[in-house]
Design a protein around this ligand. Structure first.
Ligand SMILES: Cc1cc2nc3c(=O)[nH]c(=O)nc-3n(C[C@H](O)[C@H](O)[C@H](O)COP(=O)(O)OP(=O)(O)OC[C@H]3O[C@@H](n4cnc5c(N)ncnc54)[C@H](O)[C@@H]3O)c2cc1C
Length: 389
């Protein structure tokens, strides 16, 4: 009998573990290598918004909708409570200029059938009474949801392990071996591993991994800082982002000039996660006083009840940014058995189920049930690699 190919995945974040889990469900032979612990990268230092409203109509939104479909089943399948809650979400609008921009954004989303509507100030306060009456309004979609990103990543990893995936932590990939234009294995701090297929799911460090093969891959770390409040009674009925967040996400120039947007969610435990900055600061994961101050000021303007709530800690993570805001998924032209699955920026948690599903099909059959040409890693041409930030 022909032996199954050995698939080696670099990265134990939500993307690498989701791919491992989806491959394991199809009985593939898989090893996952992580330099730290599972969820020690961005997937363990982020919010858990599964928002449809923040996605660009087109391939981005289609991918997110497919992912949303998969979440409900995962909540039942995974061995951890992933706290998937579909309570609907708000994009809060703070002034008339934003209101006009959001009118257009919502129309484009409605045109392709997304269940989203524009609310005036009164309707916004009916949805979430503790929000500021100074808001110009909001957009609302009942589809938006939230999840616990750490439980999701640990859930994928645990389920993958139960299905015979070899999970190796505290092993840093130092180099990649090739022969005749094919990857043959990797060298790590815990020895060498052979591979028939190599998947780069190294998140914000995916550019550095691609650099090992002289493949330019413009994935860059984009820092996000978050403040966590003391657990308390429910004061926020819906997860929310501000309309500025959408602008900041899609246009780095706006992020700097117009100030970053914020996001807020209240966890099952009662803590609020208040986020987040979008900064290019290399691989530095420090918090800054100015970043946290800005988040606290902006979130308290939107939800004044926060002025009575204590902040208990702060942290920061590195989003894997790409120039067009879309992930790189698929084989690389120069080395056909080297695959990319990275660059999900601020959407990796939301897009992890569909990424795992698509990559497992692609790696095992060469086909996917939804087209992924728009995510081809080769689309960046010779743009500068990720290590140069
Ligand atoms: C503040 C903030 C808020 C966010 N909010 C949301 C949100 O609400 N919703 C959402 O969908 N997304 C959100 N994101 C984005 C999300 O966190 C990321 O898109 C997602 O976690 C990326 O997952 P990943 O597996 O690609 O990367 P990571 O989780 O970073 O995993 C990559 C792994 O690769 C490992 N690795 C790297 N190099 C090597 C090597 N040489 N050898 C071995 N292992 C290596 C790393 O240690 C790391 O564990 C947010 C991000 C931040 C920072």
């Amino acid at each position: 009998m022909k032996q199954l190919p050995h698939i080696l995945i670099i990265g134990g974040g939500v993307i690498g573990t989701s791919i491992a889990y989806h491959l394991a469900k199809k009985n593939a032979r898989v090893t996952l290598i992580e330099q730290g612990d599972i969820a020690s990268g961005s997937s363990g230092a982020c919010d858990g918004l599964v928002f449809m409203q923040s996605k660009k109509p087109g391939v981005h939104l289609s991918l997110a909708m497919k992912s949303l479909e998969l979440f409900a089943a995962l909540a039942a399948e995974l061995p951890f409570d992933i706290e998937f809650r579909q309570r609907g979400g708000l994009v809060v609008i703070e002034n008339d200029t934003e209101y006009r921009a959001m009118e257009k954004f919502v129309m484009a989303q409605q045109d392709i059938g997304l269940d989203v509507r524009l609310l005036d100030t009164g309707q916004t306060l009916e949805k979430d009474p503790l929000l500021s009456p100074d808001l110009s309004g909001a957009t609302y979609s009942p589809l938006d949801a939230q999840v616990n990103p750490i439980n999701l990543t640990l859930g994928f990893a645990q389920a993958a392990r139960q299905n015979h995936v070899n999970l190796i932590t505290r092993a840093k990939v130092l180099g990649i071996q090739t022969r005749n234009s094919r990857v043959t294995g990797v060298a790590t701090t815990r020895g060498n591993f052979s591979a028939d297929i190599l998947v780069n799911a190294a998140g914000a460090m995916a550019g550095q991994i691609a650099d090992m093969l002289d493949i330019p891959m413009p994935v860059r770390p984009r820092r996000g800082q978050i403040a966590v409040t003391r657990a308390g009674r429910p004061i926020l009925g819906h997860s929310l982002i501000s309309a500025k967040y959408i602008a900041a996400k899609f246009d780095p120039a706006l992020a700097e000039d117009a100030g970053q947007g914020v996001s807020m969610e209240q966890t099952d435990n009662g803590n609020l996660l208040l986020g987040s900055t979008r900064e290019f600061a290399g691989f530095d994961k420090s918090n800054t006083i100015s970043g946290i101050r800005k988040i606290i000021r902006q979130t308290a303007e939107i939800l004044p009840a926060l002025k009575q709530v204590q902040i208990i800690r702060t942290f920061a993570g590195l989003r894997p940014y790409t120039p067009d805001g879309l992930p790189a998924l698929g084989p690389t032209g120069s080395l056909p058995n080297f695959f990319m699955a990275a660059g999900h920026e601020g959407d990796g948690i939301a897009l992890s189920p569909v990424t795992g599903h698509l990559m497992a099909d692609l790696l095992l059959t060469g086909k996917t049930d939804i087209p992924i040409d728009a995510f081809s890693p080769d689309r960046f041409g010779s743009e500068q690699g990720g290590a140069h930030v």
